[in-house]
Design a protein around this ligand. Structure first.
Ligand code: SAH
Length: 216
C-alpha cells in the first residue's frame, strides 16, 4: 500500500471539506489544522483519517465527519472563555477541537472503554482543560452547570430538558434531533427564558442512549 501523506490530506480536508462548504471561523480552521485526527482512529484506519465521512471507532460508534465537527463547533461561537459540556466523547476528536477553543471542556461518555481510550490520547496530546465522566449524558452533568455551550454528538428523539436547564442565559445547545436513521442538526439559544431554534442541516448520528434518548 502506498504511504499516504497525512499532512497533505489534512490540508486538503481543510480546503475541500470545510472552507469550500462555508466554514470560515478562523479559530475552528486553526484547531482543525492543528489536531492530528489520525491519533483518534485505529492504526489500520489512519490513512482514512482525513476522508470526508465518519469512521468506526469500535462498540458500534463512530468518529464524526470532519465537516460536521467543524459545523457544530462553529455554531458554539467560542471566544476562549467558555465552559462547554460535550455529551458523547467517543473518540475524543471533537473534545480536542473544543479544548483548543474553549476554556474548559466537560465531556461525558456512557461507554467506559471509549472514554478511557479518549482520555489517554487527549492526555498524551497535552490537553489539561478537559474533565471526564462516565455517565448518561442525556441528563447532562449537573454538578458543574451552568455551561456556556452544550454539544451533543449523538442523535436524540427530542431536546433533553436537563440540558436546557444546565445552560447559562445566552447559552447555546447544538444537538441532532430526529429518528434513529437521520436527524436535523439544531442550534438552540436560551435567551430571556425563551428558546430560539435554528436548523443547521441534515446529519446522521449514532443514537443517544438513555433517559431523554433512545432505549439501548
Ligand atoms: N464526537 C464523537 C462522536 C462519537 S459517537 C467523535 O467524533 O468521536 C457518539 C458517542 O455518544 C458514542 O461514543 C456513544 O457511546 C455516546 N453516547 C450515546 N449515548 C450517550 C449518553 N446518553 N451519554 C453519554 N454518551 C452517549
Amino acid at each position: 500500500m502506498p504511504e499516504i501523506n497525512l499532512i497533505a490530506a489534512k490540508k486538503q480536508m481543510i480546503e475541500q471539506q470545510l472552507v469550500s462548504r462555508g466554514i470560515l471561523d478562523e479559530g475552528v480552521l486553526r484547531a482543525m489544522s492543528s489536531v492530528p485526527r489520525e491519533r483518534f482512529v485505529d492504526k489500520a484506519m489512519e490513512r482514512h483519517a482525513y476522508e470526508d465521512g465518519p469512521l468506526p471507532i469500535g462498540k458500534g460508534q463512530t468518529i464524526s465527519q470532519p465537516y460536521v465537527v467543524a459545523l457544530m463547533t462553529e455554531a458554539l461561537d467560542l471566544t476562549g472563555n467558555e465552559k462547554i459540556l460535550e455529551v458523547g466523547t467517543g473518540s475524543g476528536y471533537q473534545t480536542a477541537i473544543l479544548a483548543e477553543l474553549a476554556h474548559t471542556v466537560y465531556t461525558v461518555e456512557r461507554l467506559e472503554s471509549l472514554l478511557e481510550r479518549a482520555k489517554k490520547i487527549l492526555k498524551e496530546l497535552g490537553y489539561t482543560n478537559v474533565l471526564y465522566k462516565i455517565f448518561n449524558g442525556s441528563l447532562g452533568w449537573n454538578e458543574n452547570a451552568p455551561y456556556d455551550g452544550i454539544i451533543v454528538t449523538a442523535g436524540a428523539p427530542g431536546i433533553p430538558e436537563p440540558l436546557i436547564e444546565q445552560l447559562v442565559e445566552g447559552g447555546r445547545l447544538i444537538i441532532p434531533i430526529g429518528n434513529r436513521f437521520g436527524q436535523e442538526l439544531i442550534k438552540i439559544k436560551k435567551t430571556g427564558g425563551r428558546l430560539r431554534e435554528r436548523t443547521l442541516g441534515s446529519v446522521k448520528f449514532v443514537s443517544l442512549i438513555g433517559e431523554h434518548g433512545w432505549s439501548d
